[in-house]
Design a protein around this ligand. Structure first.
Ligand code: GDP
Ligand code: IMO
Ligand code: MG
Length: 430
């Protein structure tokens, strides 16, 4: 029977999904991205090198692993080609990559519109990555978008492009943005199709074949559950579903195959972009954690907002995504703090809430109920097992397990592939 593992972000993104996916990819036959696009920035570090991936799955460093960009993604052909070129320039050219023929295609105007919609919001920005993610998903669900498979049928592509341009140019004109010319876009996308065309295929068929043939399969989520369009801090969210549930639709896999979910969580929290963040820190400790964790956006370079570990969020995302284990990341970054805090509930309008409220209006009124724990001074970046951790660090891990009811299966003590302690036997065997 094939083995599957779903790696998802359980906070507001940037939890370390790239590191964990790469760690398991060394043993996996297939790695699949199932949502999002080049708004993601996944960092992978091994052998003294660091790589940043946007749309391409983190299994790309292992020549034996088949990498799949699933139908639930929004694919920007221009940026995929640039990303492949960057990998080539660094000597990564022995890989297997397939792109779903059903994946929504990002067109040049989508980024323009993303920027324009943000500008229209005045002071109420979402703080998007301006990659055109929202506008591409909007067109997908409005059924006016183009898809990667269209590139394989030039006449059909031309027809869809003409229809899209008629509407989009009107909108661009209204927003005082430059319009697009059919020939320029058509010719450029046909050039990109020469490079990407051979990779475009029916990826759900590939994935289901791999499931039938007992392969080891990894699903790599992007973003995080609190950025989920349905369950996150709406409207300060992304336009897809980073949950394990997103795997079914976004990869074309039946729910019965989604049965092993690893929730990637930082040992604290970060958020990039706008929106309420109950445990956010504004003092010197935020600065200290930001600098030690190099908490600056991989895609946009923006400083990430920093806060304490939020068990309310962890319980909520653990429930929604059916998380079996936590991968507790950047644990080393907390070393050196006198005290560490964990949020156990939200105090709001005289009540204690155990789950995030639906509106950001109410969430903005929530004050974290914090417990204080002893910190530890030791450098843990070389720890190879749970037993090697200082007592206070062990207590912190146990407290997270107790508050969330979910075991910590992995503890990450540094960015490198080797700085990973796998506690769970099931995960050790994967
Ligand atoms: P992703 O978007 O979830 O893949 O996460 P990012 O790559 O955007 O951000 C995670 C950052 O933390 C990257 O710079 C990683 O190299 C780094 N990182 C991952 N795990 C650890 C860890 O355990 N310790 C430290 N110090 N850094 C880590
Ligand atoms: P990874 O996969 C962190 C945030 C943006 C913004 C909001 C909407 O690296 O964890 P979008 O461009 O998606 O419309 O922006 O979501 N955001 C992320 N934050 N990590 C990410 O990806 C993110 N992708 C989007 O900052 O607040
Ligand atoms: Mg990231």
């Amino acid at each position: 029977m094939s083995e599957r593992l779903v790696v998802i972000g359980s906070q507001w993104g940037d939890e370390g999904k790239g590191k964990i996916t790469d760690y398991f990819a060394c043993r996996a036959d297939m790695v699949i991205r199932y949502q999002g696009g080049n708004n993601a920035g996944h960092t992978v570090a091994f052998d003294g090198n660091k790589y940043s991936l946007q749309s391409i799955p983190s299994g790309v460093f292992n020549p034996k692993t088949v990498n799949v960009m699933g139908n639930g993604m929004v694919v920007n052909p221009e940026s995929v080609v640039a990303e492949l070129q960057k990998l080539h320039d660094r000597g990564i050219n022995d890989y297997q990559l397939y792109i779903s023929d059903r994946a929504a295609m990002v067109m040049p105007w989508h980024a323009d519109l993303d920027g324009a919609y943000e500008a229209q919001k005045g002071g109420k920005l979402i703080g998007t990555t301006k990659k055109g993610i929202g506008p591409t998903y909007s067109d997908k669900y409005a059924r006016t978008g183009l898809r990667m498979g269209d590139l394989l049928e030039p006449e059909y592509f031309a027809e869809r492009l003409k229809a899209a341009l008629e509407v989009k140019n009107m909108e661009l004109k209204m927003l005082n943005l430059p319009e697009y010319d059919f020939d320029t876009v058509y010719n450029r996308y046909m050039e990109l199709a020469k490079i990407l065309g051979p990779m475009i295929t029916d990826t759900s068929a590939l994935i289901n074949e791999a499931i039938k043939s007992d392969k080891k399969i990894l699903f790599e989520g992007a973003q995080g559950m609190m950025l989920c369009c349905d369950h996150g801090t709406y409207p300060f969210v992304t336009s897809s579903s980073p949950s394990s549930a997103g795997v079914c639709v976004g990869a074309g896999v039946a729910p019965k195959w989604v049965d092993n979910v690893l929730g990637v969580a930082k040992a604290y929290c970060t958020r990039v972009g706008e929106g309420p963040f109950p445990t956010e820190l504004f003092d010197e400790r935020a600065h200290e954690i930001r600098e030690r964790g190099h908490e600056y956006g991989t895609v946009t370079g923006r400083p990430r907002r920093v806060g304490w570990f939020d068990a309310v969020v962890a319980r909520y995302t653990g429930m929604l995504a059916g998380i079996d284990n936590w991968a507790l990341m950047l644990f080393d970054v907390l070393s050196g703090l006198d005290k560490v805090m964990i949020c156990t509930g939200y105090e709001c309008d005289g009540e204690i809430l155990q789950a995030p409220p639906a509106t950001i209006n109410k969430l903005a009124r929530c004050k974290p109920v914090l417990i204080e724990m002893e910190g530890w001074k030791e450098d843990i970046t070389g720890a190879k097992s749970f037993d090697e951790l200082p007592e206070a660090a062990k207590n912190y891990v146990k407290k997270i397990e107790e508050l969330t009811g979910i075991p910590v299966g992995i503890i990450s003590v540094g960015p490198d592939r080797t700085q990973t302690i796998t506690v769970s036997e099931k995960l050790q065997k994967f």
